[in-house]
Design a protein around this ligand. Sequence first.
Ligand SMILES: [Zn+2]
Ligand SMILES: [Zn+2]
Length: 177
Amino acid sequence: MKAICIIPVGEIDRGVVAHLQVTLKEIFRCETSVWQEIPIPEDYFNSNRKQYHATDVLRRLQNLRNDRKSRVIGVIDRDLYVPRLNFVFGEAGMYTGAAIISLTRLRQEYYGMPGDIHLYYLRALKEAVHEIGHTLLLDHCADPCCIMHFSNSLNDTDKKGPGFCSRCRKKLDRHTA
Ligand SMILES: [Zn+2]
Ligand SMILES: [Zn+2]
């Protein structure tokens, strides 16, 4: 992997984006850049669910990818879903090189608790690393402390990573070599 391109989808907290740019660079040992914001694709809003269809938004992002050796990750501050799940924190295409994460459910305020910016940034990083991991052909991992463990709740997210277990790190090094 040569580079990770972070794409703000709609207006989002620039502090999170700056944090991701620095930390993703360290974790994946590649260049990171922030692209120009793209508008929220309102066609993908499901008015019954009050959520956006993650796979559709993802498709929009994968069309923006201009280099097979890079990955694009969209960051959106809207709630995302896929059919059959109440919500998703993010989604990624294994073979398209594109990923998306939603910030909406990562804030303590969403659950009626006092804000915690440190925790919020850390969660955003974890979700981003997890989804980018999928674009690098990593599957879900059984180790609950590994970033590739499936998160069904923020509890799961808070328990794991941001790093990879030794098994996933080895696979990653093979895929990114
Ligand atoms: Zn996953
Ligand atoms: Zn693992």
